[in-house]
Design a protein around this ligand. Structure first.
Ligand SMILES: Cc1cc2nc3c(=O)[nH]c(=O)nc-3n(C[C@H](O)[C@H](O)[C@H](O)COP(=O)(O)O)c2cc1C
Length: 330
């Protein structure tokens, strides 16, 4: 059955499921900065230059992270649909917008865990409200760290309450620095859906990107008196780290980010972002120094007990197809 259709060996329903999974990936301000292409039996994820946030993301790093997350969702969807995915990252040196290609590499029955991860794509959402107050269990920390490591990316989870306090201070400072820039503020405002329905951006009723958790974050764990034993803090800051900086590592970080988010979702853990800490270089350096990180941090997160949250919109799968894509199978 799988070989009789023109698109990646998938029928129309499966192809749509793969495309929808890709579009459910997180992205900076829900900019959905990707284009998808069905070609020669593969699914390509491309960065859409028109959807890069020029002020918040001058080097395109956040866009590559977002596209890496979409690429991972394609992989997860193919696994759940019974295909072994073969993933190539940045396959064409002459085309840096081609973030990656996933090709079905033959039939392979999906495991229950793979089905759960696929289901988690639809359940996952960024934690926008306050987290619950329970500590994140050591088992969960191990599971999300394992998810990152399987993608070749480190995950440094900060549990020392004194370090958490310092990171909270740095995060607030980084957010203030960025919000002082009028160009940054007006770009943020453009991605906040202020009137009428939109299929991208962060709706105003969700707070919009302006009320980023980094601006309002007060860690619920406290450091206690000097010399006292550290108490556990919640939520926990966490940093995805790669071997080096550069586009390939950013795509890998994005794929690992999505692996972490899906694992967190299946464990009832919500995740919020602290991107200001990465994009304001002096703060990134301070985090590195504070935590003694030997590898550069690419993505800054907070992990804590999830609470239910509303969904952000997405563009319809047909409208994210590249003009030169093969058509959807009949
Ligand atoms: C690379 C990247 C950076 C992000 N940075 C932030 C951030 O600094 N603050 C924030 O509140 N959300 C941030 N987000 C989350 C997005 O706003 C969110 O993914 C998007 O609005 C879609 O919503 P969803 O994740 O609930 O599906 C980031 C997401 C990505 C992928």
């Amino acid at each position: 059955m799988h070989d009789s259709t023109p698109t990646a060996g998938l029928d129309r329903q499966e192809t749509l499921a793969v495309l929808i999974a890709a579009t459910r990936a997180p992205s900076l301000h829900n900019s959905q900065p990707w284009v998808l292409r069905l070609r020669d039996g593969a699914v390509d994820v491309l960065a859409d230059p028109a959807r890069r946030l020029l002020v918040a993301d001058p080097r395109g790093r956040e866009q590559r992270v977002s596209c890496g997350a979409a690429l991972h969702n394609v992989r997860v969807a193919l696994l759940a649909l019974g295909h072994r995915p073969v993933v190539t990252v940045l396959p064409d040196p002459s085309d840096p917008t081609l973030i990656g290609t996933v090709r079905p590499g033959g039939p392979r029955p999906a495991t229950a865990a793979e089905q759960d991860r696929f289901a988690a794509i639809g359940d996952r959402h960024t934690q926008r409200d306050e987290f619950g107050s329970q500590p994140v269990s050591a088992d969960t920390v191990r599971a999300v760290r394992g998810a990152a490591l399987r993608g070749g990316v480190g995950l440094e989870v900060v549990t020392d309450p004194r370090a958490v306090e310092r990171i909270a201070v740095l995060a607030r400072r980084a957010h203030r620095v960025r919000m002082e820039d009028p160009a940054f503020r007006s770009e943020v405002a453009r991605w906040t859906a202020w009137d009428g329905p939109r299929d991208d951006g962060v709706p105003a009723e969700l707070g919009g990107p302006v009320l980023s958790p980094s601006s309002v974050w007060t860690p619920s764990g406290s450091a206690g008196p000097p010399g006292s034993a550290p108490r556990s803090a919640s939520p926990l800051p966490a940093f995805l780290t790669t071997h080096t900086d550069g586009p390939r590592e950013e795509v890998r970080a994005g794929a690992a980010l999505q692996a972490v988010l899906l694992t967190a979702t299946t464990h009832g853990v919500g995740v919020a972002f602290l991107t200001d800490l990465i994009e304001v270089e002096p703060m990134r350096t301070s985090v590195r120094r504070l935590l003694g990180l030997r590898r550069p941090p690419q993505i800054a997160l907070r992990l804590g007990p999830a609470t239910a949250g509303p969904r952000t919109p997405r563009r319809a799968p047909e409208s994210v197809l590249a003009p030169d894509s093969d058509p959807l199978p009949d």
